[in-house]
Design a protein around this ligand. Structure first.
Ligand code: NAD
Ligand code: MG
Length: 396
């Protein structure tokens, strides 16, 4: 039976890789909704190829332009715009599976709508879960759907956990023998850069990731290792283990995508090429395994696999994320919001690289609201943290 897919953020790095896997399996997957922010030409091409029922863009002008492009080619896709239409794309397109691949907080509301509606949610948009962990997990269980991680580390852990591992910790028998989750991290492009050179890092340097090709925001997050910090929080919510059982290991080769350590001494790892089509294919077809277009891994051609502890003085963002995770409540929401603003300012060349953690720390200290029980409360804290971060950056 075919799956009906909605892709939130179809024009991004994850979106394009998702369509690449889908393209190879036309009998298994039907695309019913595609959404994008501003890349109208790319979205138009995608609509011409996959003929979804619904396409959504951010702005009214862009919607008009997309509609014109599609009607010229006799494509009858309904074109909509604005944040509320992202929810419509999830709830009214006839999809049973939603790839949540919008970057940042903009993806929260439609991802949450997918969770509530009982869809299979393929989660790439880690920021959504970081902002609203408790609420999001409740929405998944209330909706009765599934949450499958697409982030390569979490997908690796998902593959290495026992089949009957449950996200409901109350049902777990001492976590079924799972002792620790080991998230691997490449360490990004500045793992060995002399500390005194970090001050002059440019956006271009920060976006040149050694192993993965990704969107700009996550590339900067990988350089600062805020990405790994967000992933620790993501793992905490996804797998329900206590924070102290979640460890980070620097593994520059990005071959081992993460590991699970068991109480009998076993460590299970998932290995593969650094290609997001592997976790995407796993999520789309789970529990089946389908071809993903990924080259086989040749272990004999690997010269070295190394693992080490992260240097927290080099990566203060990682410490800030651990601190926010320990504080709980809305601290992760604040961390994420401040980071989004600081990274956007850095990419705009309005903030030096080394000021990213400085801004995040100040905003975390300034906002101590901690009720994360409702979407309204979370969105309010998110807005407050963004405003605070913008003020700080302006004052610098
Ligand atoms: P990207 O910047 O390449 O793509 C983002 C997508 O979201 C685009 O389609 C864009 O049009 C859309 N978008 C952006 N802002 C929007 C808004 N305000 N409203 C509606 N749509 C908007 O990003 P990406 O690298 O594909 O990452 C997407 C998500 O997946 C992020 O949360 C990232 O952390 C996560 N992720 C990405 C990778 C990767 O390899 N790229 C790996 C793991 C996790
Ligand atoms: Mg990752």
């Amino acid at each position: 039976m075919a799956r009906y897919i909605a892709i939130l953020g179809s024009t991004g790095s994850i979106g394009v890789n998702t369509l690449d896997v889908i393209r190879a399996h036309p009998d298994r997957f039907k695309v019913v909704a595609l959404t994008a922010g501003k890349q109208i030409d790319r979205l138009a091409e995608q609509c011409m190829e996959f003929k979804p029922a619904i396409a959504v863009v951010s702005e009214a002008d862009d919607a008009k332009r997309l509609e014109t492009l599609l009607r010229q080619k006799n494509i009858s896709t309904q074109v909509m715009y604005g944040p509320a239409s992202l929810v419509t794309a999830v709830t009214d397109s006839g999809c049973d599976t939603v790839m949540a691949a919008i970057v940042g907080a903009a993806g929260l509301v439609p991802a949450l709508a997918a969770a509530k509606a009982g869809k299979r949610v393929l989660l790439a948009n880690k920021e959504a879960l970081v902002m609203s962990g408790n609420l999001f997990m409740q929405a998944i269980s209330a909706g009765g759907g599934e949450l499958l991680p697409i982030d390569s580390e979490h997908n690796a852990i998902f593959q290495c956990l026992p089949n009957n591992f449950t996200q409901d910790s109350s049902l777990q028998n001492a976590y079924l023998g799972v002792e620790e989750l080991w998230l691997t991290a490449s360490g990004g492009p500045f793992r060995n850069t002399p500390l005194d050179q970090l001050a002059s890092i440019t956006p271009e340097q920060a976006c040149a990731h050694p192993n993965w090709v990704m969107g700009k925001k996550i590339s900067v997050d990988s350089a600062t290792m805020m990405n790994k910090g967000l992933e620790v929080i993501e793992a905490f919510w996804l797998f329900g283990l206590p924070l102290e059982k979640i460890k980070v290991l620097i593994h520059p080769q990005s071959v081992v995508h993460s590991m699970v350590r068991y109480r009998d001494g076993s460590v299970l790892a998932q290995l593969g090429q650094p290609d997001m089509r592997t976790p995407i294919a796993y999520g789309l077809a789970w529990p089946d395994r389908i071809a993903a277009g990924v080259a086989p891994l040749s272990l004999t051609q690997l010269t070295n696999l190394s693992f080490s502890e992260p240097d927290l003085s080099r990566f203060p963002c990682l410490s800030l994320a651990f601190a926010a995770a320990r504080s709980g409540g809305t601290a992760p929401t604040v961390l994420n919001a401040a980071n989004e603003i600081a990274v956007a300012a850095f990419l705009d060349e309005g903030l030096p690289y080394l000021q990213i953690p400085v801004v995040v720390e100040k905003v975390l200290n300034a906002i101590t609201e901690s009720n994360a029980d409702s979407l309204d409360a979370i969105l309010q804290v998110d807005a407050q943290a963004r405003a605070e971060a913008r003020d700080l950056i302006r004052a610098l």
